[in-house]
Ligand binder design. Structure first.
Ligand SMILES: Cc1cc2nc3c(=O)[nH]c(=O)nc-3n(C[C@H](O)[C@H](O)[C@H](O)COP(=O)(O)OP(=O)(O)OC[C@H]3O[C@@H](n4cnc5c(N)ncnc54)[C@H](O)[C@@H]3O)c2cc1C
Length: 410
């Protein structure tokens, strides 16, 4: 067992921890940095795992957060294949799976999220995947190459993106989901219906209002997905996208306060209930000054920006996290969307869904204030949406819908 002492201990080898390490240096921090992550690979971007990387259009090197030599150049000690097994928050010490003990001045907890697993008979058959990591994306690509039919369980980002990518690669894809239409839970039925039409036009079969009952297989490999209503779908490979759960296995026994969303409760400066310990990314349940409520958001952009905010605060600056959460998604090269929010309400469509050039503004039914916006092909609208959300603007709905209106004047 070795004992060591560092200024900054960053726990979790994902994007939030990586960008925190980067900003500790870019903002002038000269103290020692140790980044501990349990995956085999150095920090990488997860969005391509269901898109360009899965589709064979981007390589492992292209999706890395930084090339291998960068970490040494920046004097950041990167420890992969290693877990932090215990955190003594008050005593400012951590135990690592390699037996080392680390004393620290400040720490970042960025352990991300784990996939939500579905309980179903024969769920342990080969060929059934939950997509979160690079090795799983590799395994899906391998299995899909040997399979004609691939079934996706879940009609949100993972299910729809993987179905689009694999269809473009030549597979016959089917989506099974509890919702009536794809993306219904995040974007509502009207906008979700747009994406469903795009997927169906490219040959993807979609079954809404269905629940998984069991898997069937032969010689240890999956062959069919069977739903509660009795639908039986041929499947040489299955990809499940049923959401994620924040990974608080370290935070909970360490005594850090948890928020209502199940993440680690943080101030607007992303500091946890124990001073000197910060959180960022998928586990961070923070006090949003912009939205006036607590938020925990599982987006790439949020993990990226929160890593920066945490770094600045770890260096003694006093910075609230004021970014409006942003999300992007690609369905092969058929449709790309961007979203700012989060929020819900009545949908006001600006532009044409038929021409795949529209922005859906989500407007609170009581106050009329814009709470979120999704765009396909009208990216410029997002800048205005951000302003509306920040200033709680309640524009006239007819003017908002009219593409002839200059949004800058609303
Ligand atoms: C397939 C896929 C596609 C996505 N597409 C999009 C998209 O298009 N747009 C978008 O905005 N977002 C997308 N996301 C979401 C986005 O990637 C996540 O929000 C982001 O990766 C979260 O970063 P994070 O650093 O908080 O957590 P993670 O990326 O989960 O990283 C946490 C890391 O910590 C490690 N860890 C956990 N516990 C320990 C421990 N005790 N010790 C050491 N290490 C530990 C984990 O193994 C993991 O490597 C996608 C996610 C996936 C999986």
């Amino acid at each position: 067992m070795a004992e060591r002492s560092v200024h900054h201990l960053l726990i979790g080898g994902g994007l939030a921890a990586a960008n925190c390490a980067r900003w500790l240096r870019e903002a002038g921090g000269e103290g020692s940095i140790l980044l501990v992550g349990r995956e085999n690979d150095p920090p990488y971007n997860r969005p391509p795992l269901s898109k360009s990387y899965l589709g064979g259009k981007e390589s492992r090197e292209e999706i890395l957060f930084r090339p291998d030599e960068w970490w040494g150049e920046q004097k950041i000690d990167l420890l992969t294949r290693t877990s932090v097994t215990k955190l003594d928050a008050e005593g400012r010490r951590a135990k690592l799976s390699n037996g080392d003990e680390v004393a620290f001045d400040k720490a970042l907890l960025a352990t991300g999220a784990n996939v939500r697993r579905l309980r179903a008979e024969h769920a342990d058959l080969d060929g059934i995947h939950y997509l979160r990591t690079m090795p799983t994306s590799d395994a899906i690509a391998r299995d899909a190459s040997d399979a004609e039919h691939v079934v996706m369980i879940g009609g949100s980002y993972i299910g729809c993106e993987v179905a689009a990518t694999l269809t473009a690669r030549g597979n016959k894809c089917t989506i099974v989901m509890q919702e009536d239409v794809t993306f219904e839970r995040v974007y509502g039925a009207e906008v979700g219906g747009f994406f469903q039409r795009v997927l169906e036009e490219h040959g993807i079969e979609i079954h809404g209002a269905e629940s998984l009952a069991r898997f069937e297989g032969s010689d240890g490999r999956v062959t069919h997905v069977v739903t509660e209503s009795g639908l039986s779908l041929e499947a040489g490979c299955v990809v499940i996208g049923a959401g994620v759960i924040p990974d608080v296995t370290l935070a909970k026994p360490a005594g850090l306060d948890l928020g209502e969303t199940g993440g680690v409760a943080c101030s607007s400066r992303l500091e946890t209930s124990v001073p000197g310990i910060y959180a960022a990314g998928d586990i961070c349940d923070y006090d949003s000054v912009v939205h006036g409520r607590r938020l925990r958001i599982e987006h790439w952009d949020v993990a990226f920006n929160q890593g920066k905010t945490a770094a600045l605060n770890m260096l003694g600056q006093d910075v609230a996290h004021e970014e409006i959460p942003y999300f992007f998604s690609d369905l092969a090269d058929w449709a790309s969307s961007e979203y700012v929010g989060p929020g819900s309400g009545d949908t006001v469509i600006r532009g044409s869904m038929h021409d795949a050039e529209f922005t859906a503004f989500y407007v609170a039914s009581d106050s009329g204030a814009v709470t979120a916006a999704l765009t396909v092909g009208r990216s410029d609208d997002l800048e205005h949406a951000r302003r509306f959300i920040k200033e709680k603007t309640a524009p006239d709905r007819e003017k908002l819908a009219d593409v002839g209106t200059d949004l800058g004047e609303l």
